[in-house]
Write a protein that binds this ligand. Structure first.
Ligand code: UDP
Length: 358
């Protein structure tokens, strides 16, 4: 199969602004190449693919990015800036798509989904968020009526945000397991990883650490500075160890030393890459029973699921975290979320999409 992959217009690959999509894209490319497929990637200028993905052809595009939908009002209209990066990425992608079997879009935005109705090469979409925009959800509903196979979701609970999709295609997610080393350290610090933005609920994890009289190590891009400093000011000085945004290699080395990852999203997290990355290092995870993490974490086996927004429940699970076998955590990822497993699911799905056009 020859696949043209359109990246996110929110940030270049490696910037961290694109969130989990950046890592998902690279592990998917890796999986697709290992299965012998040909992949062209269209991404913003400065993007880098993993070294192991050098067989993929990377096309870099300039332009003005989009505002991420989770930071706009649900009923906001679509805005496309002058010199639009998204439009340029599509123009490039569609121009080479003529020699391809399928375009695989990873940007959560209106334009590529709308193009599906007006282009003869199939355009398939990995929907990377819950419903964050009425205009996009309504468009997905319209396109779905004509092309029922063209949308895939990371988790069942994410797909529930699109109730008009009767039998959602769930592809989970995949990780290049060689990039994560198992660590047996059970006595390490508390960890939190993610974009520092209100939908991620960092304050609840800091609350737990503070109650335990501990500091918490926080990795990730500070996307919302006002939000970050508000959290800092509401706890005693030094409660948070800001560890910065690290590349996967360094992140996994540090994260693997921790005794638990506390994951506290306030929104319907589509998947939650950081949950699986922690598990891959042998780090159990405590999360709210909400969104993707509620389908990933095996309660009592690879971590614990607390009632949504119940910080005391998070705290009580941290106190018994040593009951979780770190080996179980790694094994779950090996059996359920490797890049091979993920790429196979994606290929099966894309074959259905391609057949629909025949
Ligand atoms: N991440 C990273 N370095 C860091 C912190 C986070 O590369 O220091 C990456 C992490 O690997 C993950 C992404 O940021 O792929 C966050 O994705 P997630 O699915 O957890 O949430 P999203 O940002 O997509 O809402």
């Amino acid at each position: 199969m020859r696949i043209v992959l359109i990246s996110t217009p929110i940030g270049f690959l490696g910037s961290g602004q694109g969130g989990g999509v950046e890592l998902t894209l690279n592990s998917l490319v890796f999986g697709l190449l290992s299965l012998g497929h040909k992949v062209d990637v269209i991404a913003p200028r400065n993007s880098k693919l993993l070294k192991s993905n050098e067989k993929a052809k990377l096309y870099l595009v300039d332009g003005e990015g989009q505002i991420s939908w989770q930071h706009q009002n649900y009923n906001s209209p679509v805005t496309i800036p002058d010199n639009s990066l998204l439009a340029e990425m599509l123009e490039k992608g569609l121009s080479i798509a003529k020699q391809s079997d399928v375009v695989l879009n990873m940007s959560y935005d209106w334009l590529p989904i709308w193009m599906t109705l007006n282009y003869e090469t199939p355009i398939a979409h990995i929907i990377s968020m819950g419903s964050e925009s009425s205009v996009i959800s309504n468009l997905i509903s319209k396109v779905y009526a004509k092309y029922p196979y063209n949308f895939a979701f990371h988790s069942k609970v994410q797909a529930k945000d699109y109730p008009f999709i009767k039998k959602p295609i769930i592809i989970g997610n995949g990780f290049k397991l060689d990039d994560y080393n198992f660590q047996a350290s059970v006595k390490g610090p508390l960890a939190w990883v993610g974009r520092i933005a209100p939908e991620k609920g960092l304050e609840d994890a800091v609350y737990v650490a503070n109650k335990l009289g501990e500091k918490i190590n926080v990795w990730g891009l500070i996307e919302d500075k006002t939000y970050a400093s508000k959290i800092e000011q509401s706890f005693p000085k030094g409660a948070i160890n800001w560890m910065g945004f690290l590349k996967t290699d360094e992140l996994q080395k540090e994260l693997g030393k921790c005794r638990v990852l506390i994951n506290t999203p306030k929104w319907n997290e589509a998947y939650g890459n950081v949950v699986v990355e922690a598990l891959a290092c042998g780090v159990p995870v405590i999360a709210y029973k909400r969104g993707g993490p509620s389908e990933i974490i095996q309660h009592g086996q690879t971590g614990y699921l607390a009632d949504p927004d119940d910080k005391e429940s998070l705290l009580s699970y941290v106190e018994i975290i040593e009951k979780i076998s770190r080996r179980n955590c790694r094994e779950w990822v090996e059996n359920n979320a490797s890049s091979d497993i993920f790429a196979n699911k994606v290929v099966n799905w894309l074959n259905k999409v391609i057949n629909e056009y025949k």
